[in-house]
Each structure stands twice: as C-alpha cells, then as structure tokens.
Design a protein around this ligand. Structure first.
Ligand SMILES: NC(=O)c1ccc[n+]([C@@H]2O[C@H](COP(=O)([O-])OP(=O)(O)OC[C@H]3O[C@@H](n4cnc5c(N)ncnc54)[C@H](O)[C@@H]3O)[C@@H](O)[C@H]2O)c1
Length: 363
C-alpha cells in the first residue's frame, strides 16, 4: 500500500477487539485511489460506482482481481453471495489477500461477511461511497446478510482494517440516497441528546446544499457512534439503542419489498416508535410532536408507499432483538426522551397502535 495523503485532522480511530482501526477523511482520495491497492488486493465494487468513477478506479477495474456487484438487497442475501465466494476461490484467494470494498452499506455488508468467513478470516478495507456508509455504517464492525426476505438475520462482527472517506463520492448520489443517509444521521443525533437532534434539525436544509456542513455532521455522527461501539462492540448492552427506528424500519423494508431505502425506512421507524411510545404513555406526546415535523420531512417522498399491516407484523416478529415471547423495541422514554429498550407483547393493543400509525403516516 502506498503512502496516503490524509487531508485533515478529522480522522477518527476506533478501538475494537481486533485492535485500533481508523476512518481517514480525504477529499483528494479519488485522485490517488490506486495508492490504497496492491497486487494482494481483491476488489468488490458497486457496479454503479464502477461506471460513475471509471476513470478514477481504472487501476482497480483493470486488475484481474475485481468483482462488480449490483447493490441490491436481493444480492445481499446468503443465496446470492455464493457466486462471490466461488469467484474468490477460483481466483486463488489466500490469507494474505485483503478484500477492498468500494460502495455503500450493501457492498460493505457483503464484503465484511465474506472477510469474516472465507479462509476463517481475511483483512478488509472499506471505501464508503454513500452518505449512509460514510456517516454511520463504516464503523461498528457489523456485517448483516439477508436470508431470503428476512433482513439482516445473518452476520458477524468484523471491523475493516482501514476506512477512507472521500466527500466527492457523494456528488453523484440520488436524492433518495442522500435522504437515507440523513435518516441514520438524525438517529445518531437523537440518541446523543434532544439538543443534538434539535441541532441537526435546525441545519437540515443546509445539509443537502452545503458540503462543509454535511462533512461536519458526518464527523459528529461517527464521533457519537464511536463512544457506544467502543463500550459495547458486540451489541449486548448500551449499543442496543442504535437500533432506534430499526425494528420498525426493517419491517417496513420487508413489507414494501425493499421499496423504501434503508435510512428512510429508519426515519419512518423512528416516527413510529415515538408515536407508539406516546400512545403507550412511555413518552410525553410533546416529544413525539417535537420530532415529527423533522422526521416527516425526511420521509415525505415515501409516505404514500403502502405498508401492508400483516407482512409488516410478520417481519417485525422475526426481528433478532426479540425474545421468545416479546418484541424488543427501542423507544424514546420519559421527560428527557432518553432512548431505551422495552419489551412489548405483540397483542391486540400493540397491533391497533401499529394500525393507527400506518393509517396516519400515509395522510
Ligand atoms: N453493517 C452495518 O453496520 C450497516 C448499518 C446501516 C445500514 N447497513 C445496510 O446498508 C445498506 C444500505 O446501504 P447504503 O444506504 O449505503 O446504500 P446501498 O449500498 O444500498 O446503495 C444505494 C444505491 O446507491 C448507489 N451508489 C452507491 N454509491 C454511489 C455513488 N457514489 N454515486 C451514485 N450512486 C451510488 C448504489 O449502487 C445503490 O443503487 C442496507 O442493506 C442496510 O441494511 C449496514
């Protein structure tokens, strides 16, 4: 690997069970991206990114060790990643190879999972190209793979060895993918405090148009997440609250056949958690009302997407945070809206509360 130009002092280092790894911020990365590869690298690249950045990625795309993958939820399933294992095995992958993922959360999850399992563990590097993956998923060690329609049910904890974040990738993202990333950023800020949520809400309109402000919030989001993942990397305790909006969000993704992008489904999921928490007396209604306009603004273009109740509930029941008899849900709680885990029975009352929200959300 060549010497890296690392453009500023915003790099974030994370302590993990594998040692310390760093997310390097480098807005010039595209100009010298070949520096992060050598003949021991095997590239797994989002096929859209390969097209959009063909010039910059030429060295990688010309390498014999490259695989282009279409970033879809269907491809992020155990069934559909088997051909990737086959290609790597046919390409004589060895333990001293490094997998390099270039893409968003889907390419990350696929690469991380393969790096955890192939040859009992390979090094891997990540160049996140979406807002969601730069501001949230790139740190935290998790890989998540779908089993058929059950979202993120297989997985491992395996942080990358290095991460390289370049803002120039964000220029070509579709609006829905910017909003999806903002959804996860809002979540992280809500977890930090009601004040952090209000800060990002106040700057919401600037996030889309002002790159410096967006970069600042990417950095803040990673800094907040770092505190939790260093304390509870394996998600057995405090890190659970990062699932705020996710049980509902994953069920919305499944019930809409993944028609709603992940971070936008999480934004709807947060609004749903707040509304149901308020209906159950767990959260003062004022907090639901305080957060609703911001959340709704972020999912507005998807609010008319039908979310059928039965498939939604069926997916919710499969959530990996559930116990045998109860749903494990994350609700903002009490006067401070602190994010906490609650166990909830999937009874008639809960189903009616879901129905109320799903009817309201489409209005
Ligand atoms: N492992 C984790 O910790 C974690 C955390 C959050 C989400 N996730 C997973 O991440 C996935 C969502 O990832 P995502 O939102 O990063 O996006 P993605 O990987 O789903 O990609 C979204 C779209 O953006 C395109 N794209 C990627 N980079 C681009 C660029 N620079 N310009 C233009 N288009 C580009 C892709 O081809 C795709 O069409 C979900 O499967 C979710 O479950 C994982």
């Amino acid at each position: 690997m060549g010497v890296l130009h690392v453009g500023n002092n915003k790099n974030i280092s994370i302590k993990s069970y594998k040692g310390i790894y760093t997310a390097f911020f480098d807005d010039q990365l595209l100009e010298h991206i070949a520096d992060v590869c050598d003949e021991k690298c095997f590239f797994i690249i989002d096929s859209n990114v390969a097209k959009l950045f063909a010039q910059n990625l030429k060295a990688m795309l010309d390498s014999p060790n490259v695989l282009l993958v279409e970033a879809t939820e269907t491809n992020k399933s155990i069934e559909n990643i088997l051909p990737i294992y086959q290609t790597l095995i046919d390409g004589n992958i060895r333990r001293d190879h490094t997998l390099v993922a270039i893409g968003g959360g889907i390419i990350q999850d696929i690469t991380c999972f393969i790096a955890s399992t192939l040859l009992r563990g390979l090094k891997w590097r990540f160049i996140p190209t979406t807002l969601l993956s730069q501001a949230d998923s790139c740190i935290g060690s998790k890989s998540s793979i779908n089993f058929g329609k059950t979202k993120n049910i297989l997985g491992t904890f395996n942080p990358p060895n290095e991460i390289f974040i370049c803002g120039k990738f964000l220029d070509s993202l579709e609006t829905k993918d910017i909003l999806s990333g903002i959804g996860e950023m809002i979540k992280v800020h809500a977890i930090d405090s009601a004040r952090s949520f209000d800060d990002i809400s106040g700057d919401y309109d600037k996030l889309v148009v002002d790159r410096a402000i967006l970069t600042e919030y990417i950095h803040r989001s990673l800094a907040i997440k770092k505190r939790y993942i260093e304390e509870d990397e394996f998600d057995r305790n405090v890190r659970n609250i990062f699932n705020y909006g996710h049980s509902f969000g994953h069920a919305i993704e499944a019930a809409t056949n993944f028609g709603v992008p992940h971070g936008i489904a999480v934004t709807i999921g947060m609004d749903m958690a707040n509304r149901i928490a308020a209906m159950r007396g767990v959260l003062p209604e004022a907090h639901y009302k305080r957060m609703h306009p911001m959340l709704q603004k972020n999912f507005n273009t998807y609010k008319a997407t039908p979310i059928p109740l039965e498939p939604f509930l069926a997916a919710l029941m499969k959530d990996k945070k559930n116990t045998l008899s109860k749903l494990g849900l994350i609700f903002p709680t009490g006067e401070t809206a602190s994010i906490q885990r609650h166990e909830v029975a999937l009874d008639q009352e809960f189903k009616e509360q879901c129905t109320v929200f799903l009817n309201e959300v489409a209005l």
